[in-house]
Design a protein around this ligand. Structure first.
Ligand SMILES: *Cc1c(COP(=O)(O)O)cnc(C)c1O
Length: 468
């Protein structure tokens, strides 16, 4: 194409107004908002202009432009946050939305959100009430703490507590606990943003009570313990238990805070998992403040929960930052319903999806694997080698570091495409299916596959394998 050809073609392109008139009577655009149609027509015209300038053979008829705009429009109106099928076996997957809510929580979100509520009114007095009151008592009942407050997330909880209790003063932390949690939460950074001065003690692998003791000075405002949720130091190690630290703190008149990260209300060792310190353990040890997440092992909505001695929590409630970090009513509704289930541990295990997926018996996993295997084998047995294999799943979400949960997976080795291509195709399908690759096989772990998703997985797999 010569320069003047291009110029002529660009000049001949129809205008947006003309195309918009055509779109008005075009059935393909009938349900698409006008603003989206206009944007899509502009995108289509831009695309064609680029083609012309790059000398790419291009049809500039109205129909072609409208067809192209139709594709842009569909992309624009498609929801961006969508459901996916988690076949990774990672129960608390940070990238996949962490905890799934229980039925009660979902119903309560709907009920509280679609009507007015007493979010900030005391019904008995008719006066202004406090947002946190709905769960304050319940959390105290379940944990043995004197007082509680919930905020937007645990990072916010740690930030708020540090800022309230130790702003401008030194916070003593073991070097072995200066952790980074995925998504840029780093203890030293949160510390400096909250206005506290980090005082590191001990070494990466060993910290002793003496180290804390020697660090105490006029400037000391807090002893902080951080649960190393996502890693484990093994070998020649030593750390100071919460109880010992509480004793030192009371001798020196220094408050103690523990960030549990993924706090749990139940003792997982009863279900064959390694013991994790429970929230009640931390409270019983005498910590002034304990913080934990709502959507990790607790299995509720995203939230940060701060519990502890009344005096400390009262101080936190008065901090103006509380308003900036405050919890939303939908979250509060979900949290109350989730927490209520813990009054009956059996019920909690059955109804809270996170707990159910973590404690599911190997026998039940095998049954799920068998079912998935059968459906997939029937549909795609000719297109791939389908097998069953004993493997491990991970709890994830900064809980139980290094723990492998025994699981039984379905493995797929396609005959006519690479395993990595299959992984991409499954991920790009609707709904997206996220599996993993191990030993050049595509792995589907039934632990995190929800009942009823087997058929959808199998039919997607069949479609992909058939297409090559
Ligand atoms: C996960 C975690 C946090 C952050 O909690 P969010 O709820 O993700 O904000 C803080 N501290 C520890 C130790 C954690 O494991």
């Amino acid at each position: 194409m010569t320069h003047s050809d291009k110029h002529a073609m660009l000049k001949n392109l129809p205008g947006v107004d003309h195309l918009l008139e055509l779109a008005k009577t075009n059935i393909d655009f009938i349900d698409i908002p006008r603003s989206v149609v206009v944007d899509s027509l502009r995108d289509a015209l831009d695309h064609i202009r680029k083609n012309i300038l790059n000398s790419v053979e291009t049809d500039i008829s109205d129909k072609t432009i409208l067809d192209s705009a139709q594709i842009f429009a569909k992309e624009k109106i498609k929801p961006k946050l969508v459901n996916i099928i988690n076949a990774t076996g990672v129960v608390l997957h940070t990238n996949l939305g962490r905890a799934l809510l229980c039925e009660d929580a979902l119903n309560n979100i709907r009920s509280i959100s679609q009507s007015f509520s007493n979010l900030e009114m005391n019904i008995k007095t008719g006066k202004r009430g406090i947002r946190y009151e709905a769960i304050d008592e319940l959390i105290c009942e379940l944990t043995g703490a004197q007082s509680a407050i919930a905020v937007n997330n645990n990072a916010g909880a740690v930030f708020l507590a540090l800022n309230t209790i130790a702003k401008g003063r030194e916070v003593v932390v073991s070097r072995g606990e200066l952790v980074e949690i995925g998504g840029s939460f780093r203890v030293p950074d949160v510390m400096s943003k909250s206005g506290c001065i980090l005082k590191e003690v001990g070494t990466t692998n060993r910290t002793h009570l003496k180290d804390y003791e020697n660090a105490v000075c006029d400037q000391t405002g807090l002893f902080l313990k951080v649960h190393a949720s996502n890693y484990k130091i093994e070998g020649f190690t030593a750390s100071v238990g919460l109880q010992e630290l509480v004793k030192l703190g009371s001798d020196k008149n220094i408050p103690i805070m523990e960030d549990l990260g993924s706090g749990t209300l139940i003792d997982f060792s009863k279900y064959g998992l390694p013991p994790e310190p429970t929230i009640a353990d931390s409270v019983n040890s005498g910590a002034d403040i304990v913080t934990f997440s709502g959507d990790k092992l607790l299995g509720g909505p995203q939230a940060g929960i701060i519990i502890g001695k009344k005096e400390s929590i009262d101080q936190i409630k008065k901090n103006p930052l509380t308003r900036a970090l405050r919890i939303d009513k939908m979250t509060l509704a979900a949290l109350e319903s989730t927490l209520k289930l813990y009054r009956d541990e059996k019920k909690a295990i059955e109804e809270i999806p996170t707990l159910r997926m973590l404690t599911i018996s190997f026998k039940e996993i095998c049954q799920k694997a068998e079912l998935l295997f059968k459906i997939i084998k029937e549909e795609t047995g000719a297109l791939a080698d389908i097998d069953i294999a004993d493997m491990n799943s991970r709890p994830g979400g900064g809980s139980f570091p290094q723990l492998n949960l025994a699981t039984r997976c379905v493995t797929i080795q396609p005959k006519n495409m690479s395993v990595s291509r299959l992984e991409v195709k499954m991920r790009m399908s609707q709904p997206a299916i996220i599996g993993r690759i191990e030993d050049n096989k595509y792995i589907l772990d039934p632990r995190t596959i929800q009942t009823g998703q087997e058929v959808s997985i199998s039919s997607t797999l069949k479609k992909i394998l058939n297409k090559k």
